[in-house]
Design a protein around this ligand. Structure first.
Ligand SMILES: Cc1cc2nc3c(=O)[nH]c(=O)nc-3n(C[C@H](O)[C@H](O)[C@H](O)COP(=O)(O)OP(=O)(O)OC[C@H]3O[C@@H](n4cnc5c(N)ncnc54)[C@H](O)[C@@H]3O)c2cc1C
Ligand SMILES: *[C@@H]1O[C@H](CO)[C@@H](O)[C@H](O)[C@H]1NC(C)=O
Ligand SMILES: *[C@@H]1O[C@H](CO)[C@@H](O)[C@H](O)[C@H]1NC(C)=O
Length: 600
């Protein structure tokens, strides 16, 4: 039975069995059923004690709370202008947050230690204006990916590349430089397809404290290249105009092979597949190649992307998976995780990861379908039953994890793969844990045509997700291995961290990576001279007034959550046997390793 309890990439059959086993757990779960959907990420006290905001995992990397004075939910541009104007008049700090708050770092917290304003785009999602002749769509900032792609499909149009999760908002996707996968044409960065944006920015008293600026590609490129990927520090993005193309179909086949020649296959896979990616399971020595190209609209097929990990699942099953992970952690059993992984992974491959041939069932490759049905999946966070939720829904005993996601320059990715293989050779079970979260998702991203904070060169984005302890003082099984990989990416490969999917230390080299950072900061000073839209985290990652030095917070246990790179044992958990040690393959790394004796 244990083999089938596996997070969260489970089969319906396994689900039924495990759900029966742990039904009792469901009864113990406490739900906030007032909404019927996920608990909102912004909550306000009924009295006058203000509001708080968090991310979709309900925990920032440093596990801190974020307090703010108030929240507003504008639904029109006029309301947005009024909200910004009032805050500017009061000298109040502001940050924008989407309905789902899907960025992990502490981006959405307003500065001002409890005095700031949260501007939510939850209700600002009504307009998707399609210009059929120009093949563009202009979206309100809060529009989420699923309504966007389905609406444009109704006009016979399509958008080429999106993140794989449909619950994201378009302005959150742009602000964090989010992408799909592919190197053809303009590549997979959503920000590459922006033709115009409207922003609400602070203004003088004479101008009414806030104004709308309209940026058009070809006319306002200096500001637009700052606004395409802005981390939200320029002002509030009001609308976004994206370049579309005629609707098309795709033909998808997943092929699993040994990973023995992965380093030589990774580039050909990108040249041969417009939407190619690779799912690598280093612990299993397997790689799943996505063979994925456009086909003519006449090709038969109504396939859909119902990726298992983004479907609502039984909360009892989700709890069982977490418990099984916690058990393996407590027993320090990498082997137990490997047994689980082998079962989950083969089940995922056998069921085409949840993709269907016809909207219901997978009946064999290739999967052919319309672009809007295949490019992104979900959202499960509108599930109506609280007993049937997204795997990360913390109203339940849910999955809970950290992420490490970096873009490795194409020329260096083969060497990175070889290094990870060397780690596996030394510690064969260490990457079984991350494997339970799908393994290493490898996606292609092209050098940006101009976005100052966009992709720096053609690269492979490598995406690791892995267990996080609920207790900040409890180390993770094999945590030294993930820490070494993170530091390799940072220092050896000079890789670029994804703005939304990392622990704080991932940004340790960020200011030095971006040659156009000064141009970005000039745009920021021009649009928001009083830095009302900046917070402690954006100041640190953009190195405003030398704030980069405040990124790492050295304290006992700080390395466990990636708040620091350890330099002393106390930064790990010496009482639990975890000491600060050099890396195994990348010797310059300093990682928390479980050792029998504290002697070096
Ligand atoms: C399940 C899941 C799957 C994912 N898949 C992918 C993927 O395939 N590819 C990928 O690249 N990323 C992916 N991500 C990361 C994701 O792209 C980012 O988390 C995303 O950009 C956040 O979107 P959001 O709409 O929730 O925005 P938030 O997290 O709410 O906001 C993100 C940032 O944008 C700012 N912001 C938002 N709206 C505005 C606005 N109107 N004006 C100014 N600033 C604004 C916020 O202040 C914040 O700094 C995934 C995340 C999750 C949880
Ligand atoms: C933030 O505000 C709280 C009370 O509202 C206070 O206790 C705390 O010291 C403040 N922190 C900083 C850094 O000013
Ligand atoms: C499967 O995906 C399709 C297309 O994206 C979507 O319309 C449908 O609701 C999904 N089905 C489930 C059960 O999630």
């Amino acid at each position: 039975m244990r083999d089938e309890r596996s997070w969260p990439w489970v089969l319906p059959e396994a689900a039924a069995a495990a759900a029966a086993l742990v039904l009792v757990l469901a009864l113990a779960c406490q739900f906030d059923t007032t909404e019927g959907v996920s608990v909102p990420t912004v909550t306000c006290s009924s009295g006058n004690e203000g509001c708080s905001v968090t991310n979709y995992l309900r925990e920032f990397p440093d596990r801190s709370q974020c307090r703010a004075a108030a929240v507003v939910y504008p639904s029109t541009e006029q309301e947005l202008v009024a909200a910004v104007a009032q805050a500017v008049r009061n000298g109040q700090k502001m940050r924008v947050v989407s309905k789902g708050s899907h960025s992990i770092p502490k981006l959405v917290c307003p500065g001002g230690n409890g005095t700031g304003l949260i501007i939510s785009t939850r209700d600002y999602d009504q307009n998707i204006v399609v210009d059929r002749a120009a093949q563009t769509a202009t979206l309100d900032a809060g529009v989420r990916l699923k309504p966007f792609v389905d609406t444009v499909a109704g006009y016979g149009l399509a958008f080429p590349h999106l993140p794989y999760w449909a619950g994201l908002s378009i302005s959150g996707v742009l602000a964090t430089g989010a992408h799909g996968s592919g190197l053809w044409g303009k590549g997979s960065g959503v920000y590459e397809y922006v033709t115009a944006m409207r922003l609400v920015v602070p203004a003088s008293a004479a101008e009414g404290y806030a104004k709308v600026i309209s940026l058009v590609a070809g006319q306002d490129d200096e500001l637009l290249n700052a606004a395409r990927v802005s981390l939200g520090v320029l002002g509030v993005v009001s609308t976004i105009t994206l370049q579309l193309q005629p609707q098309f179909k795709r033909s998808i086949t997943f092929v699993q092979k040994s990973d023995s020649d992965l380093e030589s296959q990774i580039l050909p896979n990108a040249w041969h597949n417009e939407f190619g990616d690779i799912l690598w399971q280093p612990a299993l020595k397997l790689a799943v190649y996505r063979l994925d190209n456009r086909v003519s609209l006449g090709t038969f097929g109504r396939g859909t992307n119902n990726f298992t990990g983004f479907q609502a699942q039984s909360s009892a099953l989700i709890a069982a998976n977490r418990i099984s992970e916690e058990e393996a952690e407590a027993l320090q059993s990498g082997e137990q995780k490997c047994v689980q992984l082998a079962a989950v992974h083969s089940a995922m491959v056998a069921t085409a990861f949840g993709y269907t041939s016809n909207g219901l069932l997978f009946t064999g490759y290739p999967i052919v379908g319309y672009q809007n049905s295949l490019q992104t999946s979900g959202p499960c966070d509108d599930a109506t039953l609280p007993t049937f939720v997204c795997p990360w829904d913390r109203r339940t005993k849910s999955s809970y994890y950290l992420q490490t996601t970096f873009s490795v320059p194409l020329a260096k990715v083969a060497a990175f793969i070889v290094d990870v293989k060397s780690m596996v050779a030394l510690r064969p079970s260490a990457l079984c844990g991350p494997g339970l979260y799908l393994g290493v998702l490898m996606r292609y991203v092209k050098k940006s045509s101009g976005a100052f904070l966009g992709e720096l060169e053609d690269a492979v984005d490598v995406d690791f997700t892995y267990y996080r302890s609920l207790d900040p003082k409890t180390p993770r099984l094999d945590e030294d291995v993930m820490e070494e990989i993170e530091q390799m990416l940072l220092f050896k490969y000079k890789a670029r961290p994804h703005w939304a999917k990392n622990r704080n230390v991932a940004f340790a080299t960020t200011p030095s990576l971006y040659p156009d950072l000064p141009r970005f900061l000039r745009a920021m000073k021009q649009l928001d001279p009083d830095r009302l839209f900046s917070n402690e985290f954006t100041d640190a990652v953009l190195d405003v007034d030398g704030a980069a030095s405040t990124l790492q917070k050295f304290a006992p246990f700080c390395a466990l959550d990636g708040l620091c790179i350890c330099s002393e044992d106390i930064h790990c958990a010496p009482a639990s046997g975890y000491f600060c040690r050099p890396g195994l393959v990348y010797k310059e790394a300093r990682v928390c390793r479980k050792v029998k004796s504290s002697r070096r």
